[in-house]
Design a protein around this ligand. Structure first.
Ligand code: 3PG
Length: 305
């Protein structure tokens, strides 16, 4: 009997849980649920004796992995897997997967929503602007960015992108790829960030790119807080009083952003990018199916470690 734990501080929608349950019932697996837990100890206890684990942004560090001697697979129901200690997992022979693209539309729609909110002066009643004919710069070109691109283009925006890894995919759909990140930030009216919190992306939104921003540029971040150099962004917003920053991933210095720039800074109360029924259904069911395929056929096609 395969034991699967879903551990989610931020639970899946009820409908998604029902669908996930169906997948495991059909496979004959036993599903355990740990939702809205408030301490790591609860997770450490729950993970014991589990063969598979499904999480969202929940932290799966060395201690969690060590507490689960039977664990064979961890699936992050979502895109970013920076919450999982892949190195320890690899050392222990545990497969780590994500569910690529499954919540991309939800995050993309939020990015566009934040862009409109920013452009319309945070719905304050002050004069705003329109998306049409403005230039949207995509920082990164993964699944979310591709969804943003389609929506933005349908709304009449000009879209440009900076990517090192997906140049051909971008060019194939007629998207202009800038030569540098500096060029992207310099030419865009609105920048939407879609890169993971790793490697060269860490703190990549710093002075180097911010110095070339247009006076009234809007930066949207539905990716990760770690890609921002917060001190340098605060300084850029001080220097150019038209710059707005709207984010679904609260900065470490959120209080300072709010205090200094309350008309030009907005952070969602919790990360809501993937918080839709549809995204939960897609990512949750994909995670469940990937676990079944892994145990039944050794399928590791979504492995990331
Ligand atoms: C992701 O990486 O998939 C998103 O950040 C969504 O995270 P969440 O599942 O914690 O909402």
């Amino acid at each position: 009997m395969v034991h699967v734990l879903i551990a989610t501080e931020k639970p899946f929608a009820a409908e998604a849980l029902e669908k996930i349950g169906k997948v495991f019932r059909k496979a004959g697996y036993e599903l355990h649920l740990l939702e809205k837990y408030t301490s790591k100890d609860q997770l450490l206890t729950a993970v014991k004796g589990m063969d598979a684990l499904i999480v969202r942004s929940d932290i799966v560090d060395q201690e969690v992995l060590e507490a689960a001697p039977q664990l064979r697979i961890v699936v992050r129901a979502g895109a970013g897997y920076d919450n999982i200690d892949g190195t320890t997992a690899s050392r222990k022979g545990i497969v780590v997967m994500n569910t690529p693209g499954m919540n991309a539309n939800a995050v993309a729609e939020l990015a566009i929503g934040l862009a409109i909110y920013g452009l319309r002066s945070m719905f304050s009643g002050k004069q705003g602007g329109e998306l049409r004919d403005r230039t949207l710069g995509l920082h990164g070109f993964g699944y979310v960015a591709r969804n943003v691109f389609h929506i933005a283009r349908a709304m009449g925006m000009k879209v440009i992108v900076y990517t090192r890894y997906s140049k051909e995919a971008a060019a194939a759909i007629g998207l202009k790829v800038t030569h540098s990140l500096e060029e992207l930030y310099h030419k865009s009216d609105i920048i939407s960030i879609h890169v993971p919190a790793k490697g060269e992306h860490l703190k990549s939104v710093g002075n180097q790119v911010l110095k070339g921003l247009k006076e009234d540029a809007i930066i949207i971040n539905t990716a990760r807080k770690e890609v921002i150099n917060e001190g340098e962004l605060l300084a850029a917003m001080e220097e150019k009083p038209g710059i707005r920053y709207l984010t679904d991933v609260a900065p470490d210095r959120k209080a300072e952003f709010l205090e200094r720039f309350k008309d030009r800074f907005y952070a969602t109360p919790v990360k809501i990018g993937a918080q839709t029924n549809e995204a939960n259904n897609n990512a949750g069911v994909a995670a469940a199916e990937q676990i079944v395929a892994f145990f039944q056929h050794g399928d590791i096609s979504c492995q990331v470690n």
